[in-house]
Design a protein around this ligand. Structure first.
Ligand SMILES: [Zn+2]
Length: 283
């Protein structure tokens, strides 16, 4: 009888101990869970706060006041130095980008420039835009790796009908860069000087290139650079009718709030352009 009682008591003690252990484990688990939920909520809140305050320019001083933004215009990024106004060597291109970075500038996209100029959005006080015209193959082989390495934005104005894989890029290379985040925009269908064309032909150049590049990238094409900077009164109407939001000339100057959105200035860059010119222009 006594032995049976002892066995029962032992059993009871084991049950009690097991219950206490499982209660403890449950409590600890819940505490950890509670903590992790708490943490992620805080992180989300921080994210929302940052987005509301500064958008994509986290940590940089931003403004919506008019300050004049430089839109740099490159063409070919060559393998070596060449005395050609359309060629900047990849070494010089890298030096330019490094100088921009060292001066504390942010390379913004044309969409960000548009939102700043015409929609009251804020951009960093030190903002600059990098554009490359014509869609040369070396923009993919030489410029793209440097842009990736230095984590900088750029816009490529592509001649929609010139994607031959010879002097110019392949469609697949344009698509790859677009997917990466390089802004692809229009440089018309086949690079005719727009001011020499009829209104209808201008409209066709602008519309056909927009459609072709939109089909290729799967993204909306909103901006255009006029070939050789050539435009007339018809161009200003055609570019609007074709559905573009901004257009760029090659007239030297900054982009300011209140500028006509269909004839914005740029600063063309060639092989004579040194780091000190970048520094001077950015000031
Ligand atoms: Zn061009």
């Amino acid at each position: 009888m006594k032995r049976r009682k002892n066995t029962l008591l032992k059993g009871l003690i084991i049950v009690i101990i097991l219950t206490i252990i499982s209660l403890f484990t449950y409590q600890i688990k819940n505490n950890i869970k509670g903590e992790s939920v708490q943490t992620s909520t805080n992180e989300n809140l921080d994210l929302v706060k940052n987005n509301n305050e500064e958008g994509p320019f986290n940590g940089t001083e931003v403004t919506d006041e008019d300050m004049g933004v430089i839109v740099l215009g490159y063409h070919s990024i060559g393998n070596e130095f060449k005395k050609d106004p359309l060629v900047v060597s990849k070494d010089l291109f890298r030096q330019h980008l490094q100088a921009i970075k060292d001066a504390g500038y942010t390379t913004i996209t044309l969409q960000q420039l548009y939102d700043y100029l015409y929609n009251g959005a804020k951009i960093p006080k030190k903002s600059v835009v990098i554009t490359l015209d014509d869609g040369y193959k070396d923009n993919y082989t030489n410029a793209f790796p440097i842009l990736k390495e230095l984590k900088m934005n750029a816009t490529m104005f592509i001649i929609a009908n010139y994607l031959d894989g010879g002097v110019y890029m392949l469609p697949s290379q344009v698509k790859e860069m677009s997917d990466y985040g390089i802004e692809i925009e229009s440089h018309t269908f086949n690079h005719k000087e727009l001011s020499t064309l009829s209104y209808d032909d201008q409209l066709k150049q602008l519309k056909d290139s927009k459609t072709k590049l939109e089909n290729l990238t799967g993204k909306s094409i909103n901006f255009v650079a006029y070939p050789s900077g050539s435009y007339n009164e018809d161009t200003l109407k055609a570019v609007k009718e074709a559905g573009y939001d901004m257009a760029f000339t090659v007239k030297k100057g900054q982009a300011h709030k209140g500028d006509n959105k269909y004839k914005l200035n740029r600063v063309l860059v060639d092989y004579t352009y040194k780091q000190r010119h970048i520094k001077r222009n950015l000031k």
